[in-house]
Design a protein around this ligand. Sequence first.
Ligand SMILES: CC(C)(COP(=O)(O)OP(=O)(O)OC[C@H]1O[C@@H](n2cnc3c(N)ncnc32)[C@H](O)[C@@H]1OP(=O)(O)O)[C@@H](O)C(=O)NCCC(=O)NCCS
Length: 206
Amino acid sequence: MKYEICNINDFDEQQYAEMYRAANEERRARADRFRHEDDRRRCLCADMLARRMLADASGKAPEEIAFTIGYKGKPSANVPLYFNVSHSGLYVLCAVSDKPIGVDIEQIKPFRAGMVARYFTKDEAAYIWGGTTPATETVIDPEICTRFYRTWTAKESYVKMTGTGISTDLSAVAFDPAAHTVCAIPLLTPDAPDGYVASIIESDLC
Ligand SMILES: CC(C)(COP(=O)(O)OP(=O)(O)OC[C@H]1O[C@@H](n2cnc3c(N)ncnc32)[C@H](O)[C@@H]1OP(=O)(O)O)[C@@H](O)C(=O)NCCC(=O)NCCS
């Protein structure tokens, strides 16, 4: 498995023009629809990174890599490899593997306390709150926010590995912070830039 995290501001306009030219029609149309420059950059960087990493790993040229959008929107490519991308804030994460893989990167920011009960199991909630009780609806404590996004990205990377997306029963996707697993599968937590957390999970059991 290989992964890379890139900063969307590390590329200039000429490089974005090259990414646009290399992308397929669907990706170009998506890039064109974004009003905000950062959205457009995340969209083009994700395509470029996946294309380059799949080309490097397969021996094909980047322009030979073709993407297809499959079940629940999960993309695949015309090479015998798995990949997944995620973007948040200034960063794009992509990983390539010979096994089904899911990745998630999130910028650590304040969150609404109600999301914990909505999305997470009792054990996950206990880990996130760390023995404290939320005093306000918007949680800003950096350690609690980090644990929230650690849990979020762990579960999201699992859901992205299986490809089941938004329809998944998240109570059945259990993150165990002590064992560092999701549904008993080992979780990888790559070094993320300051203010971000990232998770990667891969398994040939799915
Ligand atoms: C697409 C989805 C899987 C992730 O979306 P997200 O967190 O907003 O976005 P990310 O940046 O992490 O990932 C986006 C990438 O995932 C990929 N993707 C899209 N659908 C996917 C799917 N079903 N499975 C895996 N990957 C998918 C695409 O490559 C996409 O990149 P692109 O927009 O550049 O094409 C989301 O729609 C979803 O269903 N999430 C799970 C729902 C949930 O409640 N999660 C809570 C976690 S606790």
